[in-house]
Design a protein around this ligand. Structure first.
Ligand code: FCB
Length: 476
C-alpha cells in the first residue's frame, strides 16, 4: 500500500536532466497496431475471437486494420528515428510465429526479422515483449491460462523467438501486465478471453508467473548476455483514510490483487500470506507446485513498470463496485470496497491524473523490492484529440500529462530510485482493447481512413525531451 507523500511535480516548470545513458523509447503491442490479422499464416488469437462477440468491443471494432503497421514497418521505423527514439518496445504475436500454438511459421518470424533489421539500421535498440495478450485461440480452447500446459507452450514459443532474434535483440520481457491478462481476462471479462470466473483468474495468474519462470530459465540458459525481465502494472493503492482500519484493510485486499500477488513471488520467492487467505476459496493453494516459486523468483535484470494512475480505496460504501460496463470486479476476493471520487483532472478513459502516484510507486518498489533496476515501459494518456485547421494535433493535455509524469519519475531518481529508462505509451494511436479505436494514446496521430501519420505536439515535446535528456527550462 502507498500513501501520497510526494510533492506535486506538475507544479514545476524548472529544467530537469536525467542521468547519462537514460534510455528513451516508445512502446506498442502487436495486436494493437499490426492489422493484417490473417496475413502470412497468422491464425486467430483470443482477441480476434473477443472482437467477434457482440458488445465486447466498442463499435464492434476489430484488430483490422489497426494502424496497419504490418504493412508500414519502414514508414513507422523512419518515424521513430525522426522522434529520436533510442529504443522501441514492441511485442511479438504468438499466433504469427506459432499459429494455433503449433509448429513454427517462418513467414510470421520474417516480419519481426525485417522489423529488427530496420531498427538496427537506424540505431534503435529493439526491445521485445513476448506476450502482450494475444494468446492463440486454439490454446484458449484447451483452457488458456487456466491450463498449466499453456506455460509450457509459452516456453516453446519463447524458444522460437529467441532462436530467431536472440543475437540481435538486447532487451527481452516475458510478459506484459499479467494482472490484466489474468484478472481482466478471466474475472471481469473485459479483456479476452472474456471469462468471468474468479477461480479461473487466480489459476491464470499463477500459470502466467510459471510461464515467466520457464521463459526466464530458457532465455538465461541460451542467451546469458541479454537483459531480461517482466513488465507489471503495479498501482499505488491508497487508503481513503490511512487512519481508518476499515479503509486500510480494504486497500490491502486490493493491493494484493494489483501488486503483491505478482511482486512477492517474483522478488521474494513466496506468495504473501493473504494470497492464501484471500484466494483459497478459489482454489489457489492447490495450484502451486513444488519448485514453482524457485522458478518464478529467478533473478532478473529489470522490472518494467507500466503506470497510468493510482487508486484510492475505501472499505466503506458497501458493495463490490462493478467494473466498467456492469461487469464483475477484476479484484478477486477484495470486496467490499469502493473508490471514492476525487477532485482531479481525468483523461478520456476516466482515469484520474495525479503524477505524484508515480513517484510514490517507484519509491515503494525501490524500498520493498530493492535491487532490481526499473524501467518505465509504459506511461501516457488518452484524450479526445482533434486535428486542427492547420492539420496539426495540439494536444496540450497529453503534453502536460507527459511533462508531469516525467518530473515525477525524475523526483524518484533524485530520491535514490534506480530508474534507467522511460518508454511512452504509445508511439501510435491504436486499438485500445475493449475501447476499440475510440481512445487515442499515441504521440503520433493515425488517421484510420488514410493511415496517415502526424506527429502530435506531445510527440514533438517528447522528441525535445529525448534530445535534451530531460525537460528544458521554459527559457531554454
Ligand atoms: C496498458 C496496456 C497497453 C495499453 C495501455 C493503455 O494496460 O499494456 O496495451 O492498452 O494500458
Amino acid at each position: 500500500m502507498t500513501e501520497h507523500t510526494a510533492q506535486d511535480p506538475a507544479a514545476s516548470s524548472a529544467a530537469i536532466t536525467f542521468p547519462e545513458g537514460f534510455l528513451w523509447g516508445a512502446s506498442t503491442a502487436s495486436f494493437q497496431i499490426e492489422g493484417s490479422t490473417t496475413a502470412d499464416g497468422r491464425t486467430a488469437s483470443i482477441w480476434d475471437t473477443l472482437c467477434g462477440k457482440p458488445g465486447a468491443v466498442a463499435n464492434g471494432d476489430t484488430g483490422d486494420p489497426a494502424a496497419d503497421h504490418y504493412r508500414r514497418v519502414s514508414e513507422d521505423v523512419a518515424l521513430m528515428a525522426d522522434l529520436g527514439l533510442a529504443t522501441y518496445r514492441f511485442s511479438v504475436a504468438w499466433p504469427r510465429v506459432r499459429p494455433d500454438g503449433g509448429p513454427v511459421n517462418q513467414r510470421g518470424l520474417d516480419f519481426y526479422q525485417g522489423l529488427v533489421d530496420e531498427l538496427l539500421e537506424r540505431d534503435i535498440v529493439p526491445w521485445i515483449t513476448l506476450y502482450h495478450w494475444d494468446l492463440p485461440q486454439a490454446l484458449e480452447e484447451r483452457g488458456g491460462w487456466t491450463n498449466r500446459d499453456t506455460a509450457y507452450r509459452f516456453a516453446e514459443y519463447a524458444d522460437t523467438v529467441l532462436t530467431a532474434l536472440g543475437d540481435r535483440v538486447p532487451f527481452w520481457t516475458t510478459l506484459n501486465e499479467p494482472f490484466c491478462a489474468a484478472f481482466l481476462g478471466y474475472a471481469s471479462g473485459e479483456h479476452a478471453p472474456g471469462r468471468t470466473e474468479p477461480d479461473a483468474a487466480v489459476a491464470a495468474a499463477h500459470h502466467l508467473l510459471v510461464a515467466h519462470g520457464l521463459g526466464t530459465a530458457l532465455i538465461r540458459a541460451r542467451r546469458p548476455d541479454v537483459k531480461l525481465g517482466i513488465t507489471l502494472n503495479p498501482a499505488p493503492i491508497v487508503p481513503a483514510d490511512p487512519a481508518d482500519p476499515v479503509d486500510v484493510a480494504a486497500a490491502q485486499r486490493v493491493d494484493l490483487v494489483r501488486n503483491r500477488v505478482f511482486l512477492d513471488p517474483l522478488f521474494r520467492g513466496e506468495y504473501p500470506e493473504d494470497a492464501h487467505t484471500q484466494f483459497d476459496q478459489f482454489g489457489f493453494s492447490e495450484l502451486v507446485r513444488d519448485g514453482d516459486l524457485k522458478l518464478i523468483s529467478q533473478p532478473i535484470d529489470l522490472l518494467g513498470v507500466n503506470f497510468y494512475h493510482d487508486e484510492v480505496v475505501s472499505g466503506h460504501g458497501g458493495t463490490e463496485p462493478p467494473s466498467a460496463g456492469g461487469r464483475p470486479t477484476p479484484l478477486v476476493g477484495a470486496a467490499p470496497f469502493s473508490n471514492p471520487q476525487r477532485d482531479l483532472p481525468r483523461t478520456a478513459m476516466g482515469w484520474p491524473v495525479d503524477p505524484r502516484g508515480l513517484t510514490d510507486l517507484l519509491l515503494r518498489l525501490h524500498r520493498e523490492y530493492p535491487g532490481v533496476p526499473l524501467y518505465i515501459t509504459e506511461n501516457g494518456a488518452a484524450y479526445p484529440d482533434t486535428v486542427g485547421e492547420d492539420g496539426q494535433i495540439h494536444d496540450e493535455d497529453r503534453t502536460r500529462y507527459l511533462d508531469g509524469h516525467l518530473r515525477a519519475a525524475h523526483a524518484a531518481i533524485e530520491q535514490g530510485v534506480d530508474l534507467r529508462g522511460y518508454c511512452c505509451w504509445s508511439l501510435l494511436d491504436n486499438f485500445e482493447w475493449a475501447w476499440g479505436y475510440d481512445q487515442r494514446f499515441g504521440v503520433v496521430h493515425v488517421d484510420y481512413k488514410t493511415q496517415e501519420r502526424t506527429v502530435k505536439d506531445s510527440g514533438k515535446f517528447f522528441a525535445r525531451v529525448i534530445e535534451a535528456n530531460g525537460i528544458p527550462g521554459s527559457s531554454d
